[in-house]
Design a protein around this ligand. Structure first.
Ligand SMILES: [Fe+2]
Length: 436
């Protein structure tokens, strides 16, 4: 049976198609209803697509517990994969790779899938997240190539354009990205992922006042969006205030929006740690009690190494919380994890993630010179540890601050220029300049 976009599913149940279409709408518009599909997993246990979507939802979780939940649906899917069509089987296989910690294999399969079935925007959305795991800035050209290949078929979909605009942004094509994101909003007003591209563009262009105003106007839409994007888009808005050195206002986002909804998702924890780390680099004193409560909260997750991007955040939080034994244990587990890997994943972990994690701990303890030396060796490959361009800028800023704090004047001046992608310095960058 086919869905409204012409994709074939191995089912003759209109209810299954309806469930699949509801999930697609909620995933693409980033609505909270996306999790509703879990309620249908047992009812439609013979639908591989529904089992795949349930597995993917948990795989987004980035914790050991979430992976265990995902493996339940993957196990169920293995029993029915024989009866599925080629596209459904390929999607399922890519999710197995994702679950097995092989994001590059997953990406290759999803790239193949969308080039053959370009209307499968759910698979495109999963692929976008796999690029996040591989480092979205690093994978930017690959992301853009994959989406350019399906542009003609999808150019009138606001949801497709929101992802396409983000791929353009990650490749530094800011004006084109903004145009595509604005068109995406014109087509689908409730499109927080397009707002997300817009936030990246204004941040990267250093147009802070304009960006702040536009994001504030969209904020009411995020209120009704899913938990992850509500947190992340508000994190972006907080960064705008931070760039303008409105530190108190930026700090208020930690409890008022980013960590507001509970239980916290990993993205909320990472956004909160990232904001606090950046606030410290802007000269703000983060209350120790807050670091302590975040340290306690993320301790369990810090023991699971998922991507270097996540681990560096966890390690920084543990160190700032003064949780020395937990910190040492998590550092050890990162090295063990790195040693257990194979192929590309091992190379990135060994050569980039582990040094970054160590450097993050050193910086958090005020050992700026040691941190700068450790970070210097990996800073040009930092976009391979996972995360987007704006997210890994955290580590670039950290390197700058470590250079500044250890009296490396020439390196600091040079690196500050490299760091800025805007025509003139923002107030935050001016502040850093004054410290050199
Ligand atoms: Fe972002």
């Amino acid at each position: 049976m086919k869905d409204s976009s012409g994709l074939e599913y191995s089912t003759d149940s209109p209810e299954v198609i309806n469930t699949i279409e509801n999930f697609r709408q909620d995933l693409l518009s980033m609505a909270p209803g996306v999790i509703d599909i879990l309620e249908f997993a047992d009812t439609y246990e013979t639908s591989l697509t529904i089992q795949s979507y349930c597995a993917a939802l948990w795989l987004y979780g980035q914790t050991e517990q979430a992976d265990e939940q995902a493996s339940y649906y993957l196990k169920r899917g293995r029993k029915i994969r024989e009866g599925a069509n080629e596209r459904e089987a390929l999607l399922f296989s890519s999710l197995e790779d994702w679950g097995d910690g092989k994001p590059n294999d997953a990406a290759l399969k999803l790239e193949k899938l969308i080039s053959r079935w370009p209307r499968d925007l759910v698979s495109m959305k999963f692929l976008e997240f796999i690029y996040y795991l591989l480092g979205q800035e690093y994978s930017g050209p690959r992301f853009l190539k994959a989406l350019s290949g399906i542009y003609e078929v999808n150019k009138n979909s606001g949801y497709f354009l929101s992802s396409y605009s983000f791929a353009l942004e990650l490749c530094g094509q800011y004006d084109k990205a903004l145009k595509a994101a604005e068109k995406a909003v014109e087509i689908n007003e409730i499109n927080p992922w397009a707002h997300h591209t817009i936030s990246h563009v204004y941040l990267k262009k250093g147009e802070i006042d304009k960006g702040t105003k536009i994001l504030e106007d969209y904020e009411y839409i995020w209120e009704k969006s899913g938990q992850a994007i509500k947190s992340h888009n508000n994190w972006h808005l907080a960064l705008m205030y931070l760039e303008n050195l409105d530190l108190k206002k930026a700090f208020s986002f930690t409890s008022e929006t980013i960590l507001k909804e509970t239980p916290h998702l990993v993205i909320q924890q990472l956004d909160a740690i990232s904001l606090l780390w950046r606030l410290e680099m802007g000269g703000f004193e983060v209350p120790f009690d807050l670091w302590k409560s975040i340290g306690n909260e993320i301790y369990e997750n810090s023991r699971t190494n998922y991507i270097g991007f996540n681990s560096a955040h966890y390690i920084y939080a543990l160190a700032r919380a003064g949780m020395e034994p937990e910190l040492e244990e998590s550092l050890k587990l990162s090295v063990n994890f790195s040693n257990s890997l194979k192929r590309t994943e091992k190379k990135v972990w060994e050569e980039v993630s582990v040094p970054l994690i160590r450097a993050s701990a050193l910086m958090a303890k005020g050992k700026f010179s040691d941190s700068a030396i450790t970070m210097q060796a990996v800073i040009n490959s930092i976009n391979m540890v996972g995360g987007s361009d704006a997210q890994v800028d955290l580590f670039r800023q950290a390197y700058l601050l470590c250079c500044i704090n250890s009296g490396k004047r020439n390196e600091s001046e040079e690196y500050l220029k490299t760091l800025s992608t805007s025509p003139s310095f923002t107030p935050l960058q001016e502040y850093w300049k004054s410290l050199i």
